[in-house]
Structures are given as C-alpha cells and as structure tokens.
Design a protein around this ligand. Structure first.
Ligand SMILES: [Zn+2]
Length: 312
C-alpha cells in the first residue's frame, strides 16, 4: 500500500532535466595544479557504453573567471563537466578554448552557454571555417549514430573568436599562449600553453598511451607538434585523451612515430606493400600494443603513412 504514493512522490521529485539521457554519468575532476582541473575521460571511441564521453575536459580558475578547454562531446557530456566544475569554484566561465574541429572536443560548448551565456568561444580559424561548412552536422550525426541516439539534442555552438599562432590571451592574471598548426592531428589544432603554471594542453596532437587516428592529419605535422611540445619543456602535459603527466608520455609518442614512419619509409623504398610492412612494424612497436585504439588505428596508420610518402 505504501509503494504507490512513494513512487508517485519520486516521479514528481524528478526534475525535467535530470533524465538519464540528459547528462552523462559523473566522472571526478582531478586537481592537477593549484588552479587547474582535468576530467580524464575513458579512452576509446564514442559508444552507448561511454555515453559519448571520452576526452579530457579541463579548466583553469583565474582571478576573473574560469577558462575551459574542450568541454566534451555532447550537450550531455558538457552538462556533466559543468556540474563537476561547479564543485571546484563559484566563478563563472568566461572563456572556452576548443583545441580542434573533432566533435568529441567541442560539442559540449552548448552546455557551457546554457550555464554562462556570455562565455567567449575561441578556436583555430580553420576549425571555425570547417564547423560552419558542414563539420558541425557531420559530428552531431556521428555522435548520435555511435551512441545509439544518446547525444540527441546536442546543437553546434561554433566558436566565434579566432586564435592565431603565437597569440597570447591574458585572462585574469594568466597567460594562455597559442601554438597552432595547419598540418597536425586535424589540420585545425591548437596547443594551449598556460605560461605561469608551465602547463601545456596539447589537444589531440599528443595522446597518452593511445594510438592516434590520423585520417584527418599528417605524420609530418604531428611529429613537428610533438617536438614543439617537448621543446616547451612544460611541467605538466594534458593530452586530448589519456592521463596527464610529465614529458615522458610525449617522448613515448615521438619514439612511436619516429619508428613507424622511418620503417614505412625504409620498406616503401624496398617496394614492400602495407600488408608486408604491418607485421614487421607491429613487432618493432610491440611495446605499444597495449595502448588504447591499437587495433583500430595501427594498421590504418601504415596505409596513411604510405599515402603521405607518395605525396612528398
Ligand atoms: Zn579527440
């Protein structure tokens, strides 16, 4: 007899926006330095299981407000990021940097604007251009398809402010210095150096223990960006996916790509084809076999490296 009123009460207590489809399950934020937090998302491609969430949203608390980097893959992921951010500060979000055009990094912008309608969104000029020319719809559909419709309701909030290579954004006593490129992971990539804390947000130009999907980029550009990241000698590196840390994982990525590209080049010059190269290179890179996305991206990388060599 008591169950019915209890259920009725529960039904009335559920706020409209708290349905299971409206925010992804919570992931804790890690405090990585005095003013900086990162939510290290699970590694892998968007899926029903991860509810689309698989990147590393981060935020820096400045004297004037909060700067967010890559608020996630959907409005549902972005809302979870907003909820976790609010546990760390009462300051409003004033700025958002999007590291590149891939939707897992920026479709969460919508949730930031829901909470802080005046936030300024900043990205690479080519990211803005591509998003305005169809990459928005492409990524919204891809996210929906990969999550069985979980991300439906997500809209594209495209950045309006362009960031140039070398440009510095001074926000609330902190300096955000831009290192951009047009030939790296997505050809629309920003790496953001937080100068005072010697932190580098690499976007997907550097991943931690994850084999990169390079179909939209070039090996040449990613290797150059990786070298640049190492040369900055940051205290802390925050990758687009995988755990943050010191330069060790950045150097590991460099060693991985140096081996892969030089081996493809050597065997290409010997007239070998991709299926002949694959087992040889897999053996040389066997230390990396437990990296996330090995099965998805390793073989494809060899084919892409051959294409790149042919275009030189
Ligand atoms: Zn990504």
């Amino acid at each position: 007899m008591r169950i019915v009123p209890l259920l009725a009460a529960l039904a009335f207590c559920s706020p409209v926006l708290a349905g299971p489809k409206d925010t992804v399950r919570p992931y804790p934020a890690q405090k990585v330095s005095a003013d900086t937090y990162v939510i290290h998302g699970p590694q892998g491609v968007p899926s029903k299981d991860n509810q689309s969430f698989m990147n590393n949203p981060a935020w820096v608390i400045t004297a004037d407000g909060v700067v967010v980097i890559d608020p996630g893959s959907s409005v549902q992921a972005g809302r979870m990021v907003v909820a976790q951010l609010r546990k760390t500060t009462k300051m409003p979000v004033t700025h958002v940097f999007n590291t590149h055009v891939h939707g897992d990094h920026w479709l969460g912008n919508q949730a930031i604007l829901e909470a802080w309608p005046n936030a300024t969104m900043i990205a690479h000029p080519d990211m803005i251009k591509l998003a305005r020319n169809g990459a928005d719809a492409f990524w919204i559909k891809l996210m929906s398809d990969m999550t069985g419709g979980y991300t439906d309701g997500t809209r594209a909030v495209i950045p309006t402010v362009e960031a140039a290579d070398g440009q510095e954004f001074k926000i609330g006593g902190k300096t955000f210095r831009i290192h951009s490129s047009t030939d790296a992971h997505s050809k629309t990539d920003l790496m953001i150096e937080m100068v005072e804390d010697r932190t580098l947000f690499t976007g997907d130009n550097v991943l931690s223990h994850q084999v990169m999907n390079l179909r939209d980029g070039t090996f040449k550009g990613v290797i150059k960006a990786t070298d640049q990241a190492l040369a900055l000698n940051a205290r802390l590196y925050v990758p687009g996916h995988g755990q943050s840390g010191d330069r060790t994982f950045v150097a590991e990525q460099k060693a991985y790509f140096d081996t892969l590209v030089s081996e493809v080049r050597r065997m290409y010059d010997e007239g070998k084809s991709d299926y002949e190269m694959k087992p040889v290179i897999a053996e040389k890179l066997k230390a990396y076999k437990d990296w996330a996305e090995w099965d998805t991206n390793f073989g494809q990388q060899i084919s892409l490296a051959i294409l790149e060599i042919e275009q030189e």
